[in-house]
Write a protein that binds this ligand. Structure first.
Ligand code: AMP
Length: 473
């Protein structure tokens, strides 16, 4: 067997600091029209996943990439796919794409499609995205004009295939993005159905943020002798992100959030809640306190989601409150802070959330609120990331939350001496805040007025567990 099976590992810090690497795009044999687009975007230096993946992909090898969002993985596949497609001049037939990218959410699909447009702006090709939650009419019209690259969420793709608008018989390049989230969202069967319609002979690329047995099996079915590239050790949080934990009672979380948002440097803040209802509630508390904010989650119409996202991108909104699934794939530059209003009940989600800030070399800050009920989740997060998150002193500090005491408490802190070890490439956070954005430790006269907790947030109205309902998108 002559196929190369390469295994390349890079550190988490590598993946967010492209400038440390001397490699330039021109050394990667990227074609001139693509280089021109990159220069226009201000990108001269490939990120590690780009530097490592592009040469293999241009040779036609299959790829398995273990990479979080924020590593530049989209360009790592969009650039070679466009370059290889441009080498053979074919006219795209209606509804018969040459490249298919599957993504778990509408937002991610729209963003990948926009990346095809951006990087391919000096090439002649047609691109489109299809996803649920919007009228299929414009998508069907785009398909009928012929598309070279198609980005799709599984549900809408299958619908349009069933209706005869899409045929996958000529797919040369197949990319499965965020495969782990795809499985989490219950798309395994849909993916299987879609893959069964692809030609056997194709170039396949597979990306996941984390590795598991299930993911390994799926990759094994889809890929042929793949090169494996891992840009962040599994579940390591992005090093450029400053992380802080606030122990707080559930009924003080609104007040803590409002207090933090008074600080000038919290300019573009993504707040995570565990449930859609809570996302709405937090956004409404913020709006009542004159903080420019909106919520984004699966119960919102596509138009509402698009509007909220564009308001956040343009800076009209200071805060976007989101659930994990809705926030998946949101690529907004310069998110200064991620705030975990609720800790996620799946530790991996913490890594994804934190990765929303500190993207592509920028620094960022992640604040997390932990109530007594969530103490067990914190323990899971620290176990997974193998790093202890520094505690922040603040005026709403709760010893019960810290000790995991009280009626709703689940899982206390570790016993003394069993603290998680910061190993290798993970960072053990220092306990002090950064000077620039440290919330003041205790109440001071000059502090913003202390907004009182709202009745609706009374203890006992703790977070509901969000179900893992498979959603067709
Ligand atoms: P991704 O991981 O694909 O979601 O990309 C994260 C962000 O990095 C996006 O905003 C990209 O536009 C940006 N990006 C991609 N490649 C580069 C690069 N070579 N240099 C700087 N930023 C990049």
């Amino acid at each position: 067997m002559t196929t190369i099976l390469a295994q390349i590992h890079m550190t988490a810090s590598d993946c967010v600091t492209p400038k440390r690497h001397k490699m330039q795009f021109e050394n990667l044999n990227i074609s001139e029209p693509l280089q021109r687009a990159l220069i226009k975007e201000g990108y001269t230096t490939p990120t590690p996943i780009q530097a490592q993946a592009i040469p293999h992909l241009l040779k036609g090898e299959d790829l398995m990439g273990i990479a979080q969002t924020g590593t530049g993985k989209t360009a790592a596949f969009v650039l070679p796919v466009l370059q290889m497609m441009a080498q053979t001049h074919k006219v795209a037939a209606p509804g018969v794409p040459r490249a298919l990218v599957l993504a778990p959410t509408r937002e991610l699909a729209a963003q990948i499609d926009a990346s095809f447009g951006t990087y391919g702006q000096f090439l002649r090709f047609r691109h489109a995205a299809v996803y649920g939650g919007v009228n299929q009419g414009p998508q069907v019209r785009a398909l009928s004009r012929g598309v070279d690259t198609l980005v799709a969420t599984p549900g809408r793709l299958l619908d349009l295939m069933d209706q005869g608008y899409i045929n996958l018989k000529d797919v040369e390049f197949f990319v499965l993005d965020e495969a782990d989230r795809m499985l989490d969202m219950g798309f395994a069967n849909d993916v299987r159905k879609i893959v069964s319609k692809l030609p056997q002979k194709r170039h396949s690329l597979f990306f996941a943020a984390t590795m598991s047995r299930q993911i390994g099996e799926l990759a094994g079915r889809l890929l042929t002798h793949p090169v494996r590239i891992e840009v962040a050790p599994q579940a390591t949080t992005v090093e450029s992100v400053e992380q802080r934990m606030f122990f707080v009672d559930q009924n003080n979380k609104d007040a803590l959030l409002l207090g933090l948002l008074q600080q000038k440097n919290l300019k573009r803040v993504l707040v995570f809640t565990r449930t859609k209802r809570r996302a709405d509630k937090v956004a409404s508390v913020l709006s009542k306190n004159r903080i420019r904010s909106d919520a984004i989650h699966g119960n919102k119409s596509q138009n509402q989601r698009t509007q909220a996202l564009s308001g956040f991108k343009s800076g009209r909104l200071q805060v976007l409150v989101a659930t994990d699934i809705a926030a998946r794939g949101i690529d907004v530059e310069d998110i200064t802070h991620v705030i975990n209003y609720d800790l996620p009940n799946e530790a991996e989600s913490y890594v994804h959330r934190v990765g929303r800030t500190g993207r592509a070399g920028a620094s960022g800050t992640a604040y997390s609120f932990c109530s007594a009920e969530e103490r067990g989740h914190l323990r899971d997060i620290e176990k997974l990331t193998r790093a202890k998150i520094g505690e922040m002193e603040h005026r709403y500090h709760s010893e019960d939350a810290k000790r995991g005491a009280g009626s709703g408490a689940k899982g206390g802190p570790r016993r003394q001496g069993a603290a998680p070890r910061g190993i290798g490439r993970t960072v053990v956070q220092k306990s002090g805040p950064r000077k620039s954005d440290a919330p003041r430790p205790g109440p001071r006269k000059s502090d913003p007025p202390r907004p009182g907790p709202r009745k609706s947030d009374a203890p006992g109205s703790g977070p509901r567990r969000s179900g893992r309902t498979p959603a067709r998108r």
